[in-house]
Ligand binder design. Structure first.
Ligand SMILES: O=C(O)CCC(=O)C(=O)O
Ligand SMILES: [Fe+2]
Length: 789
C-alpha cells in the first residue's frame, strides 16, 4: 500500500486502533511531508512501517534515500541501498528496532576496506529467508543492470554472495524494479526492467541453502514446538518440582519432627537405659546384699550351730557342775557331820581328858599315898633297920608298878591330845576344789572301797615308812606344743590378705582396739571370732577344746583374742590366773624371718617365787634368763602356762608394719572337769571315780597344803575295769611356804620334790585303786584335773 504522506518517526507512538499509522511528533504540530519512492512494510496485523522516500528529511537517521529495499524480521526492519538526495547510489544496510525505535548500521558502508557485500544499487529486492536471512537480488547502479544474488545473515551482519547455478539459457537476465517473493522453499523472480526493456518472465529460484534453511526453520519450529513442549513439560516439571519441593519441605518438616521425636525418644531411651543401668546396679547391689545376707545368715546359722554345740557342752558341763555341786553339798554335809562327830569326839576326848586328868590326880593322890606308904615303909625299914630282904623287894616291885602306870597314862593322854589337835586341823582345812561325785547308790560301794583303801593305805604307810617320796613328774609351769594346728596357716593367710593393701579400707580391716595401760599393756587386740570366717574360727576353737579336754582336763576356753605387737608394744609382768587355770598363746608369727627384736613370752622362774634367798648364791651372778623363762612364739607353737606365775611380753622394736610384727592368738583354758574318752558311761564312771577320790582327799588333807592345778590321765582297762596307768600331764602345784615350813622344809616350791612327791603318790595310789565297770568295747582314757586353791 502506498500513501502520499508519511509520518516522520522523530518520536514514536503506539497505535491504539486498527487504522492508526506511524507518524512523527505531534500529528497536529508536525505536518505530513509528501514523499515518494519510500519503502513500507507491514509490522503487525494492523501496522506497517514506512521508511525513506524522496523529499523527506530524516535528520541523523540513515541518509535520505529512495528506491531502496527493505524487509522485516520480527521487530527489526532492515533497509538496504537506494538513491540519496544527491542522486548517488547507496550500498549500506541499516536496521530499525521497532521496539526501541533505534537505528543502527548493520555493516560497514560499501567502498570501505572492511566492506564485503553487494555493490551500491537501487530498485533491487530484499526477501526474508528463514526468519534470519535476507536474500538480495538485482537492481541498478546507475550504469548497469545487476543480476547478482546475496544473502545477509542478520545475526552475524555478514554478506555472502550466492553463486546461482543454471544452464545459460535458463539463467535470468540482470534486472531492476522487479519483484522477488518466496513460495514455500522456492523464490519466484518476476518481471522488472531488463537490458532490453520491460520483462515479463518468471524464473523459479531454488536455493539448497534456503531449502536447507527452511528445513532448519521447520526443524527450528519443530524444535521450538518441542522446546515449547519441553518448556511446558519443564513448567509441568517445575510445578511438579514445586509440588515435590513442597512435599519435600513437608517431608523435611516431618523428618525434622521425627528427628526431634527421635532425639526425644533417644533421650528417653538414654534416660531409660540409664535408669535401667541404675536399676541393674541396684539389682546387682540387692543381689550382692542378698548374697551377703545369705552368707551372713549361713554364717549366723553356723554360729548358732556352734553356739548350740557349745551350749550343749555347757549344759552338759552345767549338769555335771550341778551334780558336782550336789555331790559337794553332800560331801560338805558329810564333812559337817564328820566335823560334828569329830567335835563330839573332841568333847568326848576332852571329857576323857578331864576324866583322865581326874584319874591322874587320883593316881597322883594314890602315888602320894604310895609314896607316903613308901616313906612309912622306909621309916619302918629304917626303924626296923634290919627289915627282911623280902620287904625290900616288895618295895621295889611296888615302885616299878607305880612308875609304869604313870607313864602309860601319860602316853595315853598325849595320844588323845594329838588326835584332838588333828581333828581341829582337819576341820580348819577345806578339801581341795577338785571334782568328785557321789550318790547314795554309790555310798555303800564307796564304803567298801574306803575299807579296802584303808587296808591298802595301812600297807602303803608301812611301805612308805621306808620309801622316799620322789616326784612322779616334773613341775610344768610352761608347756610348749610345736605344730599345734593345721588351720594356723589359713588363719595367717586371712590376716595377711586383710593387710595386703595398706590402702584397703574394709570393715574387717578396722576391727582392732589399741589397748594401752600405762607401764603395763601396749598392743592391738581384737576378738578372733569377729575377725575370722566362722568355719575357720570353729576349727581353731575345736582344736583348742580338744587339747584342753585331753591334755589338761579343761572343758572350755575363754573367747580367743588376737593381738599384734609392733614397735613399742609389749606387756609388763602381770598375773591373770582369775581367767582360768591355764593360759595359752598360739603364735601366728613367722618367727624365723622376723625383723623385730623382743616379742618373747617371759615367765618368772619358779625358784624365784617363795624362797628367792633360799636359792640365792652371792658368788653366782644372775641374768634375765635366770630370772625369767623366755618362750619364743614360733609359728604354730602353742604355749601353755600357769598364769599365776608373773609373766609378760618382751617389748617389740624394729617394725611398725602389722604384717611384719608379732601376731598371737591367746586366751585361757577354763572349767576343769573330768573328761572321758572311751566307751565307759560317763555318769557311772564318775561315781566310781568319786569313790576313789573321796578317801584320797582325806589323805591329802593330812599333807602340807598345796596350791595349783595338776592334770592326769587314767587308763581304765575295758577287760578288768581296773586302772592300768596314771600319767601326770600338766602340773603347776606349789606347796605353800607356811606348809613347807611346817614340815621343816626351806623351799615352798614343788621342785624340792618332797611335798609334791607325797601329793602325787597319794593321788596315783588312790586312783590306781579305783574300780570301774568292765567294757567289751575297750579301754577308756580319763583326763582328770585337780585344782588346789
Ligand atoms: O602373748 C603372750 O605371750 C602373753 C599374753 C598374755 O599374757 C596376756 O594377754 O595376758
Ligand atoms: Fe597374761
Amino acid at each position: 500500500m502506498k500513501t502520499s504522506s508519511i509520518a516522520v518517526p522523530v518520536q514514536q507512538r503506539a497505535a491504539d486502533d486498527a487504522d492508526s499509522i506511524w507518524f512523527a511528533g505531534d500529528a497536529a504540530s508536525q505536518p505530513m511531508l509528501p514523499v515518494r519512492d519510500f519503502a513500507a512494510c507491514a509490522c503487525g496485523q494492523n501496522q506497517f512501517v514506512v521508511s525513506g522516500g524522496f523529499g523527506s528529511d530524516l535528520g541523523t537517521w540513515p541518509t535520505h534515500r529512495r528506491s531502496h529495499a527493505a524487509a522485516l524480521i520480527g521487530h527489526q526492519l532492515f533497509v538496504h541501498g537506494g538513491l540519496n538526495a544527491d542522486g548517488a547510489h547507496l550500498a549500506d544496510m541499516w536496521c530499525l528496532d521497532l521496539q526501541s525505535w533505534q537505528w543502527r548500521q548493520c555493516c560497514a558502508a560499501q567502498g570501505s576496506e572492511a566492506a564485503v557485500g553487494p555493490s551500491a544499487r537501487r530498485a533491487h529486492t530484499l526477501e526474508v529467508v528463514g526468519n534470519r536471512y535476507l536474500l538480495l537480488h538485482g537492481g541498478y547502479d546507475g550504469t548497469t543492470l545487476l543480476g547478482d544474488t546475496w544473502v545477509f545473515d542478520t545475526r552475524s551482519s555478514t554478506w555472502l554472495a550466492v553463486d546461482v547455478q543454471a544452464p545459460a539459457s535458463e539463467m535470468p537476465v540482470p534486472r531492476a524494479l522487479h519483484c522477488l517473493t518466496s513460495i514455500g522453499e522456492r523464490f519466484v523472480l518476476l518481471g522488472g526492467k531488463g537490458p532490453l526493456g520491460e520483462l515479463g518472465d518468471v524464473s523459479l529460484l531454488e536455493c539448497p541453502a534456503v531449502q536447507h534453511g527452511r528445513r532448519l526453520q521447520q526443524q527450528q519450529q519443530a524444535s521450538q514446538a518441542q522446546l515449547l513442549r519441553c518448556q511446558q513439560r519443564c513448567a509441568q516439571l517445575d510445578a511438579d518440582l514445586a509440588c515435590n519441593r513442597a512435599e519435600l519441605r513437608e517431608a523435611k518438616q516431618q523428618l525434622q519432627a521425627s528427628l526431634q521425636q527421635n532425639s526425644q525418644l533417644a533421650a528417653e531411651a538414654a534416660a531409660s537405659s540409664k535408669a535401667r543401668t541404675a536399676l541393674e546396679s541396684q539389682l546387682q547391689e540387692a543381689r550382692g546384699a542378698a548374697a551377703t545376707a545369705q552368707q551372713a545368715s549361713q554364717q549366723a546359722a553356723a554360729h548358732v550351730e556352734a553356739l548350740e554345740r557349745r551350749l550343749a557342752r555347757a549344759r552338759q558341763g552345767g549338769n555335771k557342775a550341778m551334780q558336782a555341786a550336789a555331790s559337794l553339798t553332800q560331801q560338805l554335809q558329810a564333812a559337817h557331820a564328820k566335823g560334828n562327830a569329830l567335835r563330839q569326839q573332841l568333847q568326848q576326848a576332852q571329857q576323857q581328858l578331864q576324866q583322865q586328868h581326874l584319874l591322874l590326880c587320883e593316881r597322883a593322890a594314890e602315888l602320894a599315898v604310895v609314896r607316903s606308904e613308901l616313906t612309912e615303909c622306909r621309916a619302918r625299914a629304917n626303924s626296923a633297920a634290919a627289915a627282911s630282904s623280902s620287904a625290900q623287894s616288895d618295895f621295889r616291885v611296888a615302885l616299878a608298878r607305880s612308875n609304869k602306870l604313870y607313864s602309860q597314862e601319860l602316853c595315853h593322854t598325849q595320844g588323845l591330845l594329838q588326835a584332838a589337835r588333828k581333828s581341829q586341823k582337819q576341820l580348819a582345812q577345806q578339801p581341795p576344789a577338785a571334782v568328785g561325785f557321789s550318790s547314795k547308790a554309790a555310798a555303800q560301794k564307796r564304803k567298801r572301797q574306803q575299807q579296802r583303801q584303808r587296808k591298802r593305805q595301812g600297807k602303803a604307810d608301812d611301805d612308805e615308812d621306808d620309801a622316799e617320796l620322789t616326784e612322779l613328774s616334773k613341775a610344768q609351769h610352761v608347756i610348749t606344743v610345736p605344730d599345734f594346728s593345721p588351720v594356723s596357716q589359713q588363719l595367717r593367710d586371712v590376716f595377711d590378705e586383710r593387710f595386703q593393701d595398706p590402702r584397703h579400707t574394709t570393715q574387717e580391716r578396722f576391727l582392732w582396739d589399741y589397748w594401752y595401760v600405762k607401764d603395763q599393756y601396749t598392743l592391738h587386740r581384737t576378738q578372733a571370732s569377729a575377725y575370722f570366717p566362722e568355719q575357720l574360727h570353729s576349727q581353731l576353737v575345736d582344736a583348742l577344746l580338744e587339747y584342753g579336754e585331753k591334755q589338761l582336763g579343761c572343758r572350755a576356753i575363754s573367747p580367743v583374742w588376737m593381738s599384734y605387737y609392733i614397735d613399742g608394744c609389749g606387756q609388763d609382768l602381770h598375773c591373770d590366773s582369775f581367767h582360768g587355770p591355764f593360759a595359752y598363746v598360739l603364735s601366728l608369727t613367722p618367727w624365723e624371718g622376723r625383723i623385730f627384736t623382743g616379742g618373747e613370752t617371759q615367765i618368772l622362774q619358779p625358784q624365784l617365787l617363795g624362797s628367792f634367798w633360799q636359792s640365792f648364791s652371792p658368788g653366782k651372778g644372775m641374768e634375765l634368763t635366770d630370772l625369767v623363762t623366755l618362750v619364743e612364739p614360733r609359728f604354730n607353737q602353742l604355749t601353755v602356762f600357769d598364769p599365776r606365775f608373773p609373766h609378760g611380753v618382751r617389748p617389740v622394736a624394729g617394725t611398725r608394719d602389722p604384717q611384719k610384727g608379732r601376731l598371737v592368738l591367746h586366751g585361757w583354758f577354763t572349767e576343769p572337769s573330768p573328761f572321758f574318752d572311751g566307751p565307759l558311761p560317763e555318769e557311772e564312771a564318775l561315781q566310781d571315780l568319786n569313790a576313789a577320790l573321796f578317801p584320797m582327799f582325806d589323805q591329802l588333807q593330812a599333807l602340807p597344803q598345796v596350791t595349783g592345778t595338776i592334770s592326769m590321765q587314767l587308763r581304765v582297762s575295758g577287760e578288768t575295769g581296773a586302772v592300768t596307768d596314771v600319767t601326770f600331764l600338766a602340773d603347776t602345784l606349789v606347796a605353800l611356804p607356811a606348809a613347807a615350813a611346817d614340815l621343816g622344809l626351806g623351799s615352798g616350791l614343788l621342785d624340792s620334790g618332797t611335798i609334791r612327791g607325797a601329793v602325787q603318790h597319794v593321788i596315783r595310789d588312790s586312783l590306781m585303786a579305783a574300780e570301774f565297770p568292765e567294757s567289751e568295747e575297750g579301754d577308756t582314757v580319763i583326763t582328770l584335773p585337780l585344782v588346789f586353791e
